[in-house]
Design a protein around this ligand. Structure first.
Ligand code: NPW
Ligand code: ADP
Ligand code: K
Length: 503
């Protein structure tokens, strides 16, 4: 799914109207009724009992609000409307005003006289914000944010620009839920904006497919629909050699579980064979914990030193639980230098930390190696950033300079490629913020690389599957008790689900 800017949204909006032969009010009515239905469906149990206040602005976002108010009233809900006093309203806003009674108008210095509980639907501003809201808006936005019930924003939390990072003290609505039209917006995906975006849902309002197709963008939101062409089914004549042999390289005393989990995840994700290269102390752990894996031992008991790994593995996942002992660093550096140019690599955890502290090693990474840092590891790699947008720019520059793929882990993990494209993931949940999850991801992506997926596809698909398995696991154990082993147990559901969706 593409992520577009405000100018592009306007174009798609206009072209939809032209190509469908409808007028703009009809499109607004369609969009609004989709929000109305979503609100009623999602809050079915409680919304009937509680007051609903809709705060509307002078543009088309306000027009949506007025339409939603009418539609909810027609369905028997208790709705109050507050509309900003203005000299000029958009035409469709005016049309919708004419279809409503009991509109209460307000000025910026007024008391909005909001109910004490229930729902507040925020339709002050959508994608039409041209700059951040000035301080004369503080009173209005504060009254909205002080509302004790549930705040739902339509299209955007009002005051948040489509492609900006907001600060806590800015005049921006803090929504618990955002219903956004057709496309996710960049600002909704940035971790720093999570104070304004509790959660968001993209509502398909049927905008013109051809017009969307014409819009260029370097930002995408990864959903099942865009992965179906990627995921391959297995031929009847395939054998285990067809699907590649992964080497998981890592482990140290006390951190052998990381290798165990990465190894298991690799095989569960479809590669033909997996070998763990580990220090001696991990031998029993691996052989007993996961008998399907083969094991190669370093000469050292408690850490990796030799890195005597043959070069015919199809893909390598390196770094999980590896530690940064001086001898490990030395051995790792020598091994990197020995790699063939077309080797396929995933680097995680201590492999990343070692590279941050020994930048000269970067040049030995084969092109399109995949680095999977969490935010702290990323900071060590690319330096401090001012905000999430700056982080993306720095990540793009790093990826381009070194011809590497970065997987920036977190909620809506972002995959950045050397061409400067960014793919935001849509799956996963906060139950995954727990030890070992990253090791599982390393296993999955290494496995996809070994099966012949190109590096970008392996990263995008792997991150999606990882989050999806986390979502299936959450359905069984909840977020609080979710651990990495649960996620491995649900990899099968994630793959089957994607395969079914693509049939
Ligand atoms: N295809 C779709 O996606 C569809 C979109 N639809 C809806 O249209 C919405 C976009 O509507 P929109 O273009 O009228 O803009 P909107 O957000 O209502 O606000 C514009 C107003 O804000 C004002 N303003 C701007 N900056 C300001 C500032 N800093 N401080 C103060 N004021 C400021 C600006 O005033 P101006 O500067 O022009 O005087 C203008 O009056 C979109 O989000 C969605 O809800 C659906 O109905 C149909 C399908
Ligand atoms: N709130 C969240 N929503 C979705 N995914 C998350 C969330 N928190 C963490 N994750 C995912 O869980 C994984 C955690 O990886 P990492 O921080 O490396 O963990 P560890 O080092 O403990 O293995 C990442 O893939 C990340 O994207
Ligand atoms: K809004």
């Amino acid at each position: 799914m593409k992520i577009l800017n405000a100018d592009q949204l306007k174009i798609v909006d206009q072209e939809t109207i032209q190509n469908e032969g409808i007028n703009s009010w009809e499109l607004m009515e369609r969009a609004s009724s989709i929000v109305t239905t979503a609100i009623i469906d999602d809050y079915f149990d409680i919304i009937k009992e509680l007051p609903i206040a809709i705060v509307c602005g002078k543009g088309n976002n306000g027009g949506d609000g007025l339409a939603i108010a009418r539609q909810l009233m027609d369905s028997g809900y208790d709705v109050e409307v507050r509309l900003l006093k203005a000299d000029r309203y958009t035409a469709d806003n005016q049309l919708n005003q004419a279809k409503l009674e009991n509109i209460q108008y307000f000025d910026l210095e007024d008391d909005l006289d909001l109910p004490l509980e229930g729902f507040l639907i925020d339709c002050l501003f959508g994608y039409g914000m041209s700059s951040a809201l000035s301080d004369e808006w503080r009173g209005v936005i504060e009254q909205i944010n002080d509302f004790q019930g549930r705040i739902i924003s339509v299209d955007m939390p009002s005051g948040l620009m489509l492609d900006a990072v907001g600060n806590f003290e800015d005049n921006i609505v803090r929504a618990s839920k955002v219903y956004t039209f057709q496309f996710p917006k960049l600002a909704l995906l940035l971790p720093e904006n999570s104070i304004f975006v509790g959660e968001f849902e993209v509502l398909d309002i049927g905008l013109d497919e051809n017009s969307i197709l014409k819009q260029g963008t370097s930002y995408r939101y990864v959903e099942a629909g865009m992965l179906d062409i990627l995921l391959r089914s297995r031929s009847r004549y395939s054998h285990k050699g067809t699907f590649g042999h992964v080497a998981i390289i890592g482990g140290s005393l006390g951190k052998m579980g990381a290798v165990l989990m990465a190894t298991k995840s690799a095989l569960k994700s479809g590669c033909g064979l997996v070998t763990a290269y580990i220090p001696k102390c991990g031998y029993n752990v691996l052989q007993i914990g996961f008998p399907e894996a083969m094991v190669l031992l370093d000469s050292s008991e408690e850490k990796l030193v030799d890195f005597q790994i043959q070069d015919d593995f199809t893909a390598y996942g390196v770094g999980v639980g590896m530690g940064k002992d001086e001898e490990t660093v030395r051995g790792f550096g020598i091994w990197l230098q020995s790699l063939a140019e077309d080797s396929k690599l995933v680097l995680d955890a201590d492999a990343l930390n070692i590279i941050s502290e020994n930048e000269h090693l970067l040049k030995y990474l084969p092109n399109n190696s995949i680095l999977t840092p969490h935010p702290k590891e990323l900071k060590r790699l690319i330096g401090e950033w001012e905000n999430d947008l700056d982080k993306l720019e720095k990540a793009k520059a790093f990826s381009n300079e070194n011809q590497l793929i970065l997987v920036i882990k977190g909620a809506n993990s972002a995959i950045v490629n050397p061409a400067g494209e960014v793919y935001f993931n849509s799956t996963g949940n906060p139950g995954m913020a727990t030890g070992g999850m990253g090791d599982v991801l390393t296993g999955i992506i290494s496995s996809l690389l070994a099966q012949g997926y190109n590096a970008l596809d392996a990263a995008v698909l792997g991150v999606y599957i990882h989050g999806s398995a986390g979502d299936f696991a959450k359905d069984w154990v909840g977020e609080t008790s979710l651990i990495a082993s649960d996620l491995i147990d649900h990899l099968a559901s994630a793959f089957m689900n994607l395969l079914n969706e693509s049939e």
